[in-house]
Structures are given as C-alpha cells and as structure tokens.
Write a new protein. Structure first.
Length: 435
C-alpha cells in the first residue's frame, strides 16, 4: 500500500506539469515574475538593447550635425602684433609700432547641386534604419529571454520528475529489503535496486545543478534577483495557426524589422552615390565681416565691413572622387544583395518555424499517450511485484520507461511553447504584453 501511495503522490505532481509552464513554489522573500514582466525587465537591463539604443541616439546626433552644415557659421576674431620699429613713408604708415584688430564674421558655403541636403536626407534615413535595427535586436534579445524562461521552467519540472523517481526507487528498495528478509527474492535484486537508486540520485544532483545555471542565466539576461520564482505561462497547445504557409511568409516579409532596415540601407547607399557625385560640382561661399583696427600711429580707417563671395572647383584630385563614386555603387549593390539574401532566409525561417510548430503539436498527442501508458504499466508492474508475480528487473524497466516518457512529454510541451514563440518571431510580431 505504501508503494501505491507514493506512486499516486508522484502521479499528482506530474499532472501539475502539463503542456503549460507551471508556477514555481516561491522561496521566502522571493518575487514571482511572468514572462511579460521579465520582458519588461530585460528591456531596461539588456546590454545588447542598450548598445542598439545608443546607436539610434548617435544617428540622431548625426542628423543634427548634417543640419548644422546648412546653417551659417558665426565667429569672432581678434589679433595683436608688435613690430620692432615704426616705419613711415610719405606721411603714410608702412609699419606701425603695434596694431590690434577684432571683429565678427558670418560665412556659409554650399555645393551648387545641394550636396549638403543629400547628406541631411541620408542622416534622416539613418535614424529610421537604426530604429529598425533596435527593434530587431530587441526581439532577438527577448526571444533569448523566452528560451531561458522555458529552460528554467522545464528543468525545474525535471527536478520534480527526478525527485519522484528517487522516491519511487527508495520505496521499491524498502519493499525488496522486506522480501529479502523473507527469502522471497535473491540478493541480486537488492543490488540492482541500489544501483538504480544511486543512478537516480546522481541524475537528481545533475539536474539540480543545471537548474541553478539556468536560473543564473535568466537572472543575468533580465537583471532580476537570483531568488526569483516563475508565474504560470499560458499554454500554446490549442493555438490556431494559419495553414497557408505562403500567407505567413508574405506577412513576415512585410513586417520583419530586418527587411525594413535593409530597404533603408539600400536607399541610403543609393543616395550616397548622389552625395559622392556632388564633389564634382563647384562650391559657392559667402561671407560678411565687421572689423575694427587700432594701431600706433593711428590708422586712417578704424572700422571697416565687407561682403565677399567665392567659387571653387577641384580640377584634379588623383582619381579620388571617381573611386569614391565606384565605392558607393558597390555598397549599393551589396545592400541590394543583402536584402535579397535576408528575404530568402526569412522565408525559410518562417517555413521552418511553421513546420516545427506542426511537428511539436503532433508529437504532443503521442507523447501524452505514451506517458499515460507508461504510468499504467508502472502501476501494474508495481502491483504484480507486491504479489510476487514480477521481479525487480521488471519494476526497474517499467520505472525507466515511465521516467523517459515523463521527460519526453515535458520536452515536447516545452518545444511546442518555444515553437509558438519562434513562429511569432519569424513573422516580426513583437512579444505580447511588452508594448
């Protein structure tokens, strides 16, 4: 009866670990987190997200820098000179004993084809590109958080399975020892049971260590305290997925941030060609200044102001401009090829995620059936052993089949949830509960 009681207790624990991620038993003083809450924490703590956010900030300052080139430059100046002697000829000062001058000057120069406006448009596109890149990095990082979340939940349930396995083996060992005292079984059955128990305890230690590492990794990704507990996550078992793969692929190509980023990069590269061509155009400069001059002896004119215009054009640069244009065209072609390659990769990624989802959903039903039969088998063999109709080898074999079925069902349930998230990620859908 004790064996049956232990088995029923273990069965109750297993029923709590269905297809969805179950809540952990929180330790005293710990905080419980759901997956969306961990997403929000990761958005604040993730270094990779912070790096991408800083890249976006840099691009905004780059636009301000490009905009500043269209604004006139205002400056003040002043100088002082003292000569070795004063020189005067025909009542005119050729060289004063000393002089100083100061004033204010405004100047602006532009390329006649509007090259500076092209640079401003490129900088604005750079902001849009970095926004798309930030979204890509964010989704990748949050998907990593989700994988770690499910790893902690899966390994935590594996610990419970391992504990139940050790408890069953201890209960069986006690039953074998009682029957050995009555000379109903040979001593080899006790040795076999002890060997299996030692293996079960070793497996329990390994999975407990794996749980500690998984928890540490999740804490590092999200910045939460290491004593956290997990709240239940909704199961993905009964989710309805469109059967039209082409529709999912088309949706992904229109929504993925990587594609948007590459389209913008291709446009930037095209504008960069126009920017480099602008070097062949002349530059027009305009400046105006007011200046005051003091010297000894006194100058004829103390104050003056002027306006000037200049035009400049490089006639020979050793082929640098043509090389820069050729380089810009190569980058444009490179961006186009990268977009095409990424589109093909995303199309394949959606197909892989879609087929993985269907595979895991099909496997779940068979794994649940296998687990049900494994439980029934172990229960039947345990009852036969109590009545002397089965030996320890039969019990150990039934227990091995049960543990294997438990772990396989847990693995399939975990993979199904991850496959659901991977399908969302492949379509560019931001994780729910974060925005």
């Amino acid at each position: 009866m004790k064996t049956t009681h232990i088995f029923i207790t273990a069965l109750f624990l297993l029923l709590l670990s269905g297809a969805s991620v179950q809540a952990e038993k929180p330790s005293p003083g710990s905080t419980s987190y759901s997956l969306p809450e961990l997403y929000r924490s990761a958005l604040k703590k993730g270094e990779q997200i912070g790096i991408a956010a800083q890249a976006l900030e840099i691009s905004r300052y780059e636009r301000e820098r490009a905009l500043s080139l269209l604004q006139p430059r205002l400056s003040i100046f002043g100088n002082y000179r003292r000569y070795n002697e004063e020189e005067v000829a025909y009542d005119s000062v050729i060289q004063p004993l000393w002089e100083n001058s100061y004033g204010i000057k405004a100047e602006q120069s532009v390329t006649l084809n509007g090259r500076e406006l092209t640079a401003l448009r490129i900088a604005a596109k750079g902001i849009a590109k970095n926004e798309a890149d930030l979204e890509t990095v964010t989704q990748e990082y949050l998907f990593t958080v989700a994988r770690s979340f499910y790893d902690v939940a899966r390994i935590g349930q594996s610990v419970e399975i391992a504990k139940a396995n050790v408890q069953r083996l201890k209960t069986h060992q006690e039953a074998v020892q009682r029957r050995l005292q009555l000379a109903e079984v040979p001593k080899t059955e006790l040795f076999r049971t002890q060997a299996e128990l030692a293996k079960g305890e070793s497996d329990l230690i390994q999975v407990q260590n794996a749980l500690m590492l998984a928890r540490a990794n999740l804490a590092r990704l999200t910045g939460v305290e290491s004593t956290f507990a997990l709240l239940p996550q909704e199961t993905a078992e009964h989710r309805i997925i469109p059967s039209d793969l082409a529709l999912l692929q088309e949706k992904a190509l229109s929504q993925r941030a990587e594609i948007r980023s590459l389209f913008i990069e291709e446009e930037i590269a095209s504008r960069q060609i126009d920017f480099e061509k602008g070097a062949y155009w002349p530059r027009l400069g305009v400046e105006g200044a007011w200046m005051r001059l003091d010297q000894h002896p006194d100058p004829i004119f103390r104050k003056t102001a002027y306006v000037a215009a200049t035009v400049s054009l490089d006639l020979y640069d050793g082929g640098m401009r043509s090389a820069q244009i050729a380089q810009a065209r190569a980058r444009c072609k490179q961006a186009e090829l990268a977009r095409v390659e990424t589109s093909q990769r995303i199309t394949l990624e959606v197909e892989q995620a879609w087929r993985d989802w269907n595979t895991q959903e099909s496997l779940l039903q068979s794994s649940e059936s296998r687990l049900h039969y494994a439980r029934e088998n172990y229960s039947a063999v345990a009852r036969l052993f109590e009545h002397g109709l089965a030996n320890s080898v039969d019990v150990m074999d039934a227990n091995t089949v049960l543990v294997t079925a438990e772990l396989q069902n847990l693995e399939v349930s975990n993979d199904l949830s991850l496959a659901s998230l991977a399908l969302d990620r492949s379509q560019g859908i931001f994780p729910e509960g974060v925005k």
